[in-house]
Design a protein around this ligand. Structure first.
Ligand SMILES: Cc1cc2nc3c(=O)[nH]c(=O)nc-3n(C[C@H](O)[C@H](O)[C@H](O)COP(=O)(O)OP(=O)(O)OC[C@H]3O[C@@H](n4cnc5c(N)ncnc54)[C@H](O)[C@@H]3O)c2cc1C
Length: 302
C-alpha cells in the first residue's frame, strides 16, 4: 500500500505538504524535515485520516500554530495533522461563540469584542489556535480558557467524533484531559458575557501593550519555556540563578524575560535543549525547585 496515495484519497494534493522543514511551522523557527503534513478542512477528513493511520499502525502528531512546540533537528517521521486556516470559521449564537479549532485565538477574541462579548480579552495576544489553546488550557493575566469553554468537539484516537463539556475537559494549569491522548480538537464553544465593546477593546489593547513591553517578541520563541512551579515564577528563579542571557549556539535565556528561551538566530533544537537542561540543573542546585517544560518537545534533538 502506498502511504501517500492513501492520504490523497482523503485530502486533496494541495493540502498535503511533503518534506518541508518544521521551522516553517513553529514560532521557534526550529525543526527538521517533516515527512508529511496534512491539512484537513473538516472533521470528516480528520476521522478518515485517523482511521487510515490506525489501519497502517502509524501514530501521528497534531499541530496548531506551532507556538508551543520545539521540533527535533532530525525531523518528524510520523504524519503531522495540522489544524489551521482551513478550519477557522467562527460563529455566534446569543452569547456563545463557536469556532473551529484552527481559528487563531486573536481572531476569536476580536470576534468576541466586535460582538460586545467579554471574557476572552486575556487570549487576544496568545499566538496559538483555539484548538491548541484548549489542549494547553492557555491563559494569561488572570484568565484561562478553562473559565469560558462550554463544549469541545473532537475526534478520538478511534477515529470517531465526540463532544466533551467544559467540566469533562478536566482543565488544570496548562493541561487538559485531551492532552497527549491522540485526540484532535475540531471546534470549541465559548460561553461569554455581554459587555461594552469599547471597554473590551481597551482591555485587549492594554494587555497587548504589557506583552510587548515585557516579552521578547522580536525573537522567535515558544513563549514561556517552563511551567510556573507552585509558589514561584520560573523567570524569577532563572534570573536568581544568574542565567539571564545564558546561551548555547543560537539559543539563549532572554535578557528581557528570563522565562523565555529565544532563538537569537540559527538556533537548533539541540541548542535549546542544552539551554533547558542547564537551566533545570542550575535552578535546582540553587533553589531546590524542579522546573518542568511547558513547551512540547517533538522528536529527539540530541
Ligand atoms: C510569544 C509567545 C507568547 C505566548 N504567550 C502565552 C500566554 O500568555 N499564555 C499561554 O498559555 N501560552 C502562551 N504561549 C504558548 C502558546 O501560544 C500556547 O500554548 C498556545 O495555546 C498553543 O497553541 P498552538 O495552536 O500554537 O498549538 P501548538 O503549539 O501547535 O500545539 C501545542 C499542543 O497542542 C496540541 N494541539 C494543537 N492543536 C490541536 C488540536 N486542534 N487538537 C489536538 N491537539 C492540538 C499539539 O499537539 C501540542 O501538544 C505563547 C507563545 C509565544 C510564542
Amino acid at each position: 500500500m502506498n502511504f501517500f496515495s492513501e492520504i490523497e484519497k482523503i485530502i486533496p494534493r494541495e493540502r498535503i505538504i511533503v518534506g518541508e522543514s518544521m521551522d516553517k511551522y513553529t514560532t521557534f523557527k526550529i525543526g527538521g524535515r517533516a515527512e508529511v503534513i496534512v491539512e484537513p478542512a473538516n472533521s470528516g477528513e480528520i476521522c478518515a485520516l485517523v482511521e487510515l493511520f490506525n489501519s497502517l499502525g502509524t501514530s501521528y502528531l497534531v499541530l496548531g500554530n506551532g507556538s508551543n512546540i520545539l521540533a527535533s533537528d532530525s525531523g518528524i517521521d510520523i504524519p503531522v495533522i495540522r489544524i489551521g486556516k482551513n478550519m477557522s470559521g467562527i460563529s455566534l449564537f446569543d452569547s456563545t461563540v463557536t469556532a473551529q479549532a484552527g481559528a487563531a485565538l486573536s481572531a476569536v477574541a476580536n470576534f468576541a469584542m466586535e460582538n460586545s462579548l467579554t471574557g476572552l480579552e486575556f487570549a487576544a495576544g496568545i499566538p496559538g489556535t483555539l484548538g491548541g489553546g484548549v489542549i494547553m488550557n492557555a491563559g494569561a493575566y488572570g484568565g484561562e480558557l478553562k473559565n469560558v469553554v462550554e463544549a469541545v468537539s473532537f475526534v478520538g484516537p478511534d477515529g470517531k467524533e465526540y463532544v466533551a463539556s467544559g467540566d469533562e475537559m478536566e482543565f488544570g494549569y496548562r493541561t487538559s484531559a485531551l492532552q497527549d491522548g491522540g485526540c484532535i480538537v475540531t471546534a470549541v464553544s465559548l460561553a461569554l458575557r455581554p459587555g461594552k465593546k469599547a471597554d473590551i477593546a481597551e482591555k485587549m489593547k492594554e494587555l497587548n501593550r504589557r506583552r510587548r513591553e515585557k516579552q521578547p517578541l522580536e525573537y522567535p520563541s515558544a513563549g514561556s519555556t517552563f511551567k510556573r512551579p507552585a509558589g514561584h515564577y520560573a523567570g524569577t528563579l532563572i534570573q536568581e540563578a544568574g542565567l539571564k542571557g545564558y546561551a548555547v549556539g543560537g539559543a539563549a535565556v532572554s535578557e528581557k524575560h528570563t522565562g523565555f528561551i529565544i532563538n537569537k538566530g540559527g538556533a537548533t533544537g539541540a541548542d535549546v535543549l542544552a539551554v533547558m537542561d542547564h537551566v533545570i540543573k542550575t535552578v535546582y542546585d540553587k533553589s531546590g525547585v524542579v522546573l518542568e517544560p511547558e513547551v512540547k518537545i517533538w522528536g529527539e534533538s540530541k
